[in-house]
Design a protein around this ligand. Structure first.
Ligand SMILES: CC(C)(COP(=O)(O)OP(=O)(O)OC[C@H]1O[C@@H](n2cnc3c(N)ncnc32)[C@H](O)[C@@H]1OP(=O)(O)O)[C@@H](O)C(=O)NCCC(=O)NCCS
Length: 152
């Protein structure tokens, strides 16, 4: 199930965040997204046999005037490669498309070839490189145009 992130998700989200990134967001930064009116923080959960729910990944984007920016996506490390990231991305792209988004952008570490190849598969193209965006590494800026293409 994919639903909006709540305050009760923050412990599980921060566990994934800290395990996923060399410079993880702080809990305060993550919590701020919950009340940011332009932010759409979604989580993916899995139901266990006992009926409980476990958080397996999240994706956060901002949506402003027909443009969206993906700020963060991560999947629990023991569950990576099982389609959760792809499902979160296709959910987000569908959500954006239904709200009239034309252009989606994101930054990704140049060395993060796994993420870059997933974004490529969803049609994102590399636009330019932001030198030392992360302090210790360049960012590849990628974008995807969801606008309706005119027939030739
Ligand atoms: C990037 C990330 C969100 C992708 O989520 P995911 O659930 O692992 O991705 P999926 O299972 O949907 O995999 C999509 C593709 O990537 C491949 N893949 C995923 N993880 C992989 C890994 N660790 N090594 C090699 N390939 C991998 C899958 O095989 C799949 O390819 P295919 O469809 O051609 O078989 C996840 O790996 C992650 O959390 N990484 C750490 C955080 C991060 O780097 N976020 C991106 C910041 S911009």
């Amino acid at each position: 199930m994919i639903r909006l992130m709540t305050e009760g998700d923050l412990d599980a989200v921060m566990e994934i965040e800290n395990a996923s990134f060399p410079q993880p967001w702080s809990r305060e930064l993550m919590a701020r997204e919950l009340s940011n009116p332009i932010s759409y923080p979604f989580v993916k959960t899995k139901s266990l046999k006992d009926g409980s729910e476990v958080l397996v990944g999240y994706l956060i984007f901002w949506l402003v005037y027909g443009e969206a920016h993906i700020l963060n996506i991560a999947v629990r490390s023991d569950l990576q490669g099982s389609g959760i990231g792809s499902r979160l991305l296709s959910f987000a792209l569908d959500f954006m498309s239904k709200r009239g988004v034309d252009l989606i952008s994101l930054e990704v570490r140049k060395s993060n070839t796994t993420a870059i190849s997933i974004y490529n598969r969803f049609g994102f193209e590399e636009v330019y490189v932001r030198k030392l965006y992360y302090g210790d590494e360049d960012a590849v800026v990628m974008s995807l145009n969801l606008g309706v293409k005119l027939e030739e």
